[in-house]
Every structure is written in C-alpha cells, then in structure tokens.
Design a protein around this ligand. Structure first.
Ligand code: ZN
Length: 213
C-alpha cells in the first residue's frame, strides 16, 4: 500500500503519519530525510543535490524526483509500501512521480485556515528533543520539557506572518496537486478537526474504503 498524506501546515500530518506507518507497517518518507540520506550515501542524484545546496540554490524538481525514485526502489519500500508526508507539493512533482510510482490513496487532511493559524501560533516546541506542546497543553513545569528537561519555546517560523506565507504557498502550489489526485480518482478527504484518536480512526476507515476489496 502506497499512500500520500497532504494537508496544510498545522493540519497534524506529522502526528497522523507516525501513527499510520506503525499501524500499517509502512515506510515513512519525507523529502528532507530522503535528500539528507541521498547526500550522505553519495548517490549520483545525492551528489547533484549536494552541489546545489552548497551553492545556496534551491534543489530542482528534477533532482528531488530523482532522489524519491531512488528511495522508492529500495527493498524496504518495495516490501512494505510507503507513506509520503508532505510530498509532492506541486503538480509538476505529482506528474513526475506518477511515471515511476503507483499511488493507492492520496489523503487530504482538511483543516480550516483559521484553525491552522490558531494551532500553529499556540504551538511550543522543545528546543532539545522536538516534543510538541501548546499554550493550552503546556509541559507540567513552566516551559521545561517533560521528556528531556529542555527549554520549550515558540519556533521562529511559527509567527503569524510566517504562517500566512506558508499557507499562501500551500494554496497556490499544493491545492492544484490535491485537484490532480482528485481527477485521478485517488483522493480521499479526511476531516482533521478533533482529537488525534478521532482523526486517526477517520483516516483508517477512509483508506480502507478507498482500497479495492
Ligand atoms: Zn524535550
């Protein structure tokens, strides 16, 4: 089973992705991790990506697609299937990937913009271990991480201006990608409002309803 998880920043993709891969035994893939791994392994596309990044440039769709194609060909992914989190971001990437990957279900985790704004601006993150808290659910001691004792703070890019920018990019680039999967008959929309357990239950039943019996 090969899945794509799409949705605006702050929709809760990270939380749901890690639960989904556990539940269904999939390999979780993100472009950041795949790029870092390809660079470290010095694969041909990894070396291309490295020189672009070192010169301060943006890694092209062609290079990213090359990295994804290499990763999807590896044995663990072939045996277990994958969940792509936050990729493809654009129609060009989605079309490119359709040439070498079969997607079973593309999930759109739907959360309204005002909810996303509220969620991200109240988010607080441990600077040491990355544990996520919020103004409404802080650590038990004032802004000291329950897990590791690190400082819990607001990320520099979780400001209203930065969130607005990310949402605008999402609307212009990723919304057409969602339409692309809808036109291919692969899209399921899942309501992302509610507790993590509620959203997860919805996700599982939406995926099962979409898969051929
Ligand atoms: Zn921590």
């Amino acid at each position: 089973m090969n899945l794509i998880l799409l949705g605006p920043p702050g929709a809760g993709k990270g939380t749901q992705a890690s639960r989904l891969v556990k539940e269904r035994g999939l390999v979780q893939l993100s472009t950041g991790d795949m790029l870092r791994a390809a660079v470290a392994a010095q694969t041909p596309v990894g070396l291309q990506a490295k020189s672009v990044m070192e010169s301060g440039g943006l890694v092209s769709d062609e290079i990213i697609l090359g990295v994804v194609e290499e990763r999807l060909a590896e044995a663990d992914v072939q045996a277990n299937g994958f969940l792509l989190d936050g990729f493809p971001r654009t129609v060009v990437q989605a079309e490119g990937m359709s040439k070498f990957a079969t997607i079973d279900v593309a999930i759109d985790l739907v959360v309204a913009e005002e909810v996303v704004l509220e969620r991200i601006s109240s988010r607080r993150v441990c600077s040491k271990c990355g544990a996520i808290y919020s103004v409404a659910a802080p650590p038990s001691t004032q802004w000291v991480c329950d897990k590791c004792g690190g400082d819990v703070e607001q990320r520099a890019d979780d400001t209203p201006e930065s969130i607005a920018k990310r949402l605008a990019a999402y609307n212009t680039e990723t919304q057409p990608t969602i339409d692309f999967y809808a036109a291919s008959g692969l899209l399921v929309k899942v309501d992302g409002i509610g507790s993590p357990d509620e959203v997860f239950a919805r996700l599982l039943s939406a995926i099962d309803a979409q898969l051929p019996k």
